[in-house]
Design a protein around this ligand. Structure first.
Ligand code: ADP
Length: 595
């Protein structure tokens, strides 16, 4: 209004450019008899790129008379053939298309003042007059000054705009980040704060994909649609971010869920894990008022070039914009990025804690091994002394002692032997944890044959049968340790057996997934016997170190470390061991190995 009063133009408009180059009249002061242009949109092609560029160079552009006759400038023969650069000339002609455009609009004279925001063309103050009109140098200076002041004001005005939104968003973000940073489980924490998860960017739906698990919150596409979208997104993240307010323009399948997901803001948390957070916004039908049909005034030529025609009709042309959501504001996208740093920070912190814990565990394991080694080494020496001295006593003084004294000495010798066995088992067990596995394919048939050979040598008189009902597979493992497993299980089956015809059967089941939490296919082997069986209440106990169910002399048992060692070996191979038994009838030990 002020400018119109100063300059006396029929119409003064403020015209703002959108990121796609189209423009909208956002303010207008005009003579009462003119039809209003306020709110009308003008397509990108109405002001070509070169013209927009000139607007950033020159603060003012004046056309005092649209019916001017242009005069060409000719170079002298001697000068270069390059046309003279007239970018900064006030008297420079404008494009004839623009002149025709103005004439079609019924404009006789025009002036525009550029509005720049940080050097980028933000908009124009466009002045139109029906008849020819010049503007004095003084007034032009005033206009230039006003344009500059307004340009400066734009920065702070636009920053202040949405300040309330921004403050509110900040509060949500801060609460949210605090809540998730103190949590143990990231997904639980994100879900415990559902409202904030959506509020943090102003979305109506969200999808969390963490460690391969998908969780949907609010209004979202279906699980399968989100999985498909996630796949598509993988190589489209830029700086871990993907933002669009019209997903279908890049992802046509998105049409199926446009009602909930026309707008997408996606954050990649980890590329390797494919962890991501997706936010959705619904389709919002928008009415756009164009000044005439925006598609008319250009034509693509056969050679691909574009010919533009000035529009003849500027009458209101309405378009309903579909498949678009409300745009994601810069501060909302910024909020999402900050959330990402928080999440990544938490994930990294957890990884650090885990690494520290592992290091600590490793250290204590090494200490324990060292302790077991030193203890057994240091214990062995006095033990040997006791053993030797009691043996000497037996040899040299047996005649002096009475029978009771001799018996006691013999018990002493036996006890020292037993203690040595226990110490040796402990030493063996403590080493297993650190021992490196040498993994190779092992033919289990050969393994069973080896064990059979050893047992026949050590127990030549035992009436026993080792059955293998069908050919065993070849499975990856440490051969020496696996032989120890089989030797232990098979010999136990024969030892803890008072059947006159003792047998042990070794078999297997094909790879399958046995454990829901650990979905890796495994081979399941079994060692079955017709022995004494184990009472239900002892089924777990027998795997504890030094746990024996019988007196040392009975069934020729060992130290009670055998099954503990077997369990450790299986677990080091990534498998599991358990036992089923019918007391008095026999037992079956099962163990798994990753296929
Ligand atoms: P040991 O080395 O003394 O044999 P293990 O750790 O191998 O000790 O076994 C622990 C206990 O589990 C044994 O004392 C025995 O009572 C019981 N046990 C192990 N295998 C069997 C089996 N096949 N049948 C019945 N009892 C068994």
């Amino acid at each position: 209004r002020l400018l119109r009063a100063i300059l006396q133009y029929d119409r003064v408009m403020i015209y703002q450019f959108a990121p796609d180059g189209s423009g909208t009249v956002i303010a207008e002061a005009k003579a009462p008899d003119l039809e209003p242009y306020l709110g009308l949109h003008y397509p990108d092609s109405d002001i070509p790129r070169q013209a927009k560029y000139l607007y950033t160079l020159n603060p003012l552009r004046l056309i005092p008379e649209v019916n001017y006759e242009p005069v060409p400038i000719l170079s002298q023969e001697s000068e270069s053939k390059e046309p003279l650069d007239l970018s900064f000339s006030t008297l420079r002609s404008v494009s004839p298309i623009h002149i025709e455009y103005l004439k079609n609009m019924g404009v006789g004279a025009s002036m525009s003042i550029s509005l720049l925001k940080q050097g980028v063309l933000w908009g124009l103050i466009a002045c139109h007059h029906k008849t020819p009109k010049g503007v004095s140098y003084t007034l032009r200076s005033v206009c230039e000054f006003l344009g500059q002041v307004m340009s400066l004001e734009l920065i702070s005005k636009e920053e202040k705009e949405g300040l309330d939104d921004k403050v509110q968003l900040r509060t949500i973000q801060a609460q949210f980040v605090e809540a998730i940073s103190t949590a143990d489980n990231l997904v639980d924490a994100l879900l415990d704060n559902r409202d904030n998860l959506l509020g943090v960017v102003g979305a109506t739906g969200a999808a969390l994909c963490i460690s391969g698990h998908l969780t949907l919150v609010g209004k979202t596409p279906s699980e399968s649609e989100v999985y498909e979208l996630l796949d598509w997104l993988q190589d489209r993240f830029q700086d871990n971010l993907f933002v669009t307010d019209s997903l279908t323009s890049q992802y046509p399948q998105g049409i199926d869920f446009r009602e909930v997901g026309s707008g997408l803001l996606a954050l990649s948390i980890s590329k390797i894990q494919k962890d991501a957070v997706l936010w959705f916004r619904p389709e919002i039908l928008q009415q756009v008022n164009w000044a005439g049909n925006p598609d008319k005034p250009k034509r693509v030529e056969v050679d691909g070039s574009l010919t533009i025609f000035p529009r003849k009709s500027f009458s209101l042309w309405q378009e309903t914009v579909r498949l678009k959501s409300l745009p994601w504001q810069s501060w909302e996208v910024g909020g999402a990025m900050e959330l990402r740093s928080a999440i990544v920070g938490i994930v990294l912190k957890r990884a650090d804690e885990l690494a520290a814990l592992n290091l600590e565990l490793e250290r204590t394991n090494i200490e324990l091994d060292a302790f077991a080694y030193i203890a057994s080494h240091d214990l062995k020496e006095p033990l040997r002394g006791i053993h030797n001295y009691s043996t000497f006593l037996l040899e040299d003084y047996a005649l002096v002692l009475d029978q009771e004294g001799v018996d006691k000495l013999e018990t002493l010798v036996n006890l020292t032997k037993r203690m040595e066995d226990l110490i040796n088992s402990l030493l063996h067990f403590s080493r297993l944890g650190r021992q490196e596995l040498h993994l190779y394919p092992i033919d289990f048939n050969r393994l069973v044959d080896n064990v059979k050979g050893i047992l026949q040598m050590s127990l030549p008189d035992l009436d026993m049968e080792i059955r293998v009902p069908r050919t065993l597979p070849t499975v990856q493992g440490d051969r020496v340790l696996m032989e120890e497993v089989l030797a232990n299980l098979i010999s136990n089956g024969l030892k803890y057996n008072d059947n006159p015809q003792k047998w042990v059967e070794v078999g297997f089941q094909e790879p399958r997934i046995v454990d829901g939490a650990n979905p890796i296919p495994v081979w399941t082997f079994y060692v079955r016997d017709n022995g004494i069986g184990i009472r239900d209440k002892h089924l777990d106990n027998i795997f504890r170190i030094f746990k024996r169910l019988h007196a040392p002399g009975k069934y020729g048992g060992g130290t009670g470390a055998g099954l503990t060692i077997v369990k450790k070996i299986i677990e080091r191979h990534g498998g599991r061991i358990w036992v089923e038994s019918i007391y008095g009838k026999g037992s079956t030990f099962y163990f798994t190995l990753p296929a």
